[in-house]
Design a protein around this ligand. Structure first.
Ligand code: NAG
Ligand code: NAG
Length: 457
């Protein structure tokens, strides 16, 4: 059986050496002494998911995966087409395996040895967070590469020789964007990309996310990068910061507390020993304190905006939720306030899943500029997160309707406000895990730029 190659320290030292070799003077100068790695982001129109591509394995191949602000770590399909000479199972009882609170041990697999079939290998439970389907799979390491510069084309690669991930299976990729064979986790979890890349490449534990609108390009940049956009816009000093909150209770528990279980998956037996099997909370929450529409406060129930002792309530950011989902009373208050500000503009019939729709031809014709601004007031900030025009409205249905892109989340959702992908598009969001804060920019088109214009290196 293959063994984990080297201690994490040795791996990190190796990676650092590699970076030193790879890091051109241009790269060091561009980041003012710091360094960064970057992933491209595109929006898949059919599923509204945000997808990225990195390189993995030996020989290296491009792997397309769906981005997720939640999740435990990277998972990829190891059933179909996983060919590599450099993968290794993470042994049961090794330090990384002990750090994975939900891990078990794949004790015996009766098939021929492969990436998905190794004895004595740490096993985890990769989850498709779009469909909520989960399975068990081996925890492996393999070579993973991603660019250090971004424009005009992805530049020199930084290579992690032993990047830890979980093996998913082909059925787990159902519901993902066409061609995607896994999911990239950007959560605060120990082995999700931000923390694992920071450890491997000695980067600060932070990343910036710029989700593109359809048919444009965006990015995630990990580490210290100047936020420079063409034409000559440097947003680094123009972010507003609010604390990132940790929900005391995971919003996605597996809900099993078996003392000792044998779990069968295909031909593999996985032994779980006396573990309280519950996901650690790794999602990103912020403290939403109020919402204004065109400067007017929307009356909201403050209890719903707070996170209670059971982890219910509060405001979470989600890239797998295409639209913002609001608890029913909040939804009613916001759509009511928005409708009032729209005045005489003719309404159109509702288009699922939206409620408040307008005749698009009447809105576009000159009135577009006067679409009400939605302001999200966040804890400890002087300025609100302003959601303008295109990131609040959605062209829906075949009748040319333009709808307010918020969805009714019912009366008793786990989380009262889930800020979805659409609302985050074309806004730079910095997730600073060391400072435990979220930085947000203004809507980039209002600064005459877009995510597509980001330059690095
Ligand atoms: C795992 O161990 C079992 C029995 O101990 C053996 O039959 C099987 O071939 C082994 N599988 C692999 C992939 O080494
Ligand atoms: C506010 O929400 C809480 C939690 O759902 C509920 O118990 C309470 O009755 C609500 N208050 C008002 C005034 O509606």
């Amino acid at each position: 059986m293959t063994r984990l190659r080297g201690s994490p320290l040795a791996v990190a030292a190796g990676a650092l050496l590699l970076l030193l070799v790879l890091g051109s003077p241009r790269c060091a100068a561009a980041s003012g002494g710091g360094s960064a790695v970057v992933l491209p982001v595109n929006k898949d129109d059919a599923t509204q998911q945000y997808v990225t591509v990195f390189r993995q394995r030996t020989p290296q191949v491009p792997v397309k995966a769906v981005l997720d602000l939640a999740g435990a770590m990277l998972w990829v399909d190891c059933d179909a087409g996983y060919v590599s000479s450099s993968y290794a199972g993470v042994p049961c009882g090794s330090k990384p395996c002990r750090l994975l609170k939900n891990a078990g041990c794949a004790v015996s697999c009766l098939d021929a040895p492969s990436s998905g079939c190794l004895n004595g290998t740490c096993a985890e439970f990769p989850k498709n967070t779009v469909t909520s389907v989960s399975t068990a799979g081996n925890v492996l390491t393999d070579v993973l590469s991603l660019p250090t510069t971004f424009r005009p084309a992805p530049g020199p690669l930084a290579t992690a020789p032993a990047f830890l991930f979980t093996c998913g299976r082909t059925f787990l990729t159902e519901g993902l964007a066409a061609g995607a064979t896994g999911m990239v986790s950007l959560s605060r979890a120990r082995f999700a990309l931000p923390t694992q890349l920071a450890g491997t490449f000695r980067l600060p534990r932070k990343f910036a996310l710029c989700l593109p609108a359809a048919s444009a390009a965006g990015f995630v940049v990990f580490g210290d990068a100047p936020y420079t956009f063409q034409p000559g816009v440097d947003l680094s000093k123009f972010l507003t910061y609010t604390p990132l909150l940790v929900n005391p209770v995971s919003t996605a528990p597996y809900g099993r507390k078996d003392k000792s279980t044998k779990y069968f998956i295909g031909e593999t037996t996985i032994q779980l020993n006396g573990r309280v099997w519950r996901e650690k909370p790794t999602d990103y929450f912020v403290g939403l304190t109020g919402i204004r529409v065109n400067g007017r406060a929307v009356p909201l129930n403050a209890t719903l905006l707070a996170i209670d002792r059971k982890g219910v309530g509060g405001t979470r950011l989600s890239t797998v939720s295409p639209y913002t989902v609001l608890e029913r009373s909040i939804h009613q208050a916001v759509t009511g306030a928005f409708a009032k500000e729209m005045g005489e503009i003719p309404r159109a019939p509702a288009v699922e899943p939206f409620e408040l729709c307008y005749d698009g031809s009447k809105v576009v014709g000159g009135a577009r500029a006067v679409l009400p601004a939605i302001e999200l007031q966040l804890q400890s900030t002087a300025a609100p997160w302003v959601v303008l025009g295109a990131s609040s409205m959605v062209a829906a249905g075949k009748g040319g309707a333009l709808c307010l892109g918020v969805v009714d989340g019912g009366t008793e959702p786990q989380t009262s406000v889930v800020i979805g992908g659409r609302m985050m598009e074309e806004t730079l969001l910095e997730f600073d895990l060391e400072g435990s804060r979220l930085g947000f920019s203004s809507y980039l088109p209002s600064r005459h730029t877009t995510c597509d214009n980001f330059r690095l290196g």
